[in-house]
Design a protein around this ligand. Sequence first.
Ligand SMILES: C[S@@+](CC[C@H](N)C(=O)[O-])C[C@H]1O[C@@H](n2cnc3c(N)ncnc32)[C@H](O)[C@@H]1O
Length: 238
Amino acid sequence: MKEEFDVLNPNKAVSAAVFKYCRDRSVPLPDHISRHAAITERELGEDSEMMVSRLQAQYLLWTVRSLKAKKILEIGCFTGFSALAFAESLKDVEGAKIITLDINPETAKIARKAFKDAGVDHIVSLIVGPAKETLAGLVDEGPFDLVFLDADKEGYVGYYGIIMELGLLRKDGILIADNVLKRSLVVDASEANPHSSDKNACSRVPHLQEFNDLMATDKRVETFLLPVFDGLSLVRVL
Ligand SMILES: C[S@@+](CC[C@H](N)C(=O)[O-])C[C@H]1O[C@@H](n2cnc3c(N)ncnc32)[C@H](O)[C@@H]1O
């Protein structure tokens, strides 16, 4: 059997070309969303790396339409890039609703303006505060069809626990958890991994390992862990 890792990505140059090829042949991101990513990159510099990639935003947009999801909960809004992709899928859908959470009031201000400028502020609600506390008050808003988990990695296990305990995700609803491989450090944090010198990323590893092990063993869900982007878990409620 072939090794899957070097079939598509034999080296960095080919890999970059592959990603561009995929972007150009996937459902496009509307210009205003790409522009918002560029503004975030320009204004927030290195912090803008917190956004999902453009290809991942295309994937999220496509997924929402394919699942026919109407109610989405996002944990980790930042400047609203991924939420804009969700909103693009849902802007003409009756009864659509996106609730997105973040602890940072500064980036929330940028996100709110982006939602207003895009004309989607009627379907997107941004709640500022620690997600753990906010989640506890969302029972009446649920259950959601899709949850996108993209906030502090230390919190993933706790957020998952609250979501399941409060029934915030419906049966057959999907939780998409981002960065679950964290630069592959979750699997290999030895010197063989060039990211092993990133102490910040390494500190997240035990929390993500606990989350991934829980997703693999919790009988209430079925999980598919994709080695794409920074590691993406697709978790379906049984
Ligand atoms: C990776 S970014 C989200 C990126 C966003 N999904 C996108 O693609 O544009 C993670 C966000 O989680 C937020 N965050 C961190 N800890 C949090 C907490 N305890 N409660 C809520 N949000 C939190 C951060 O402020 C940050 O904006």
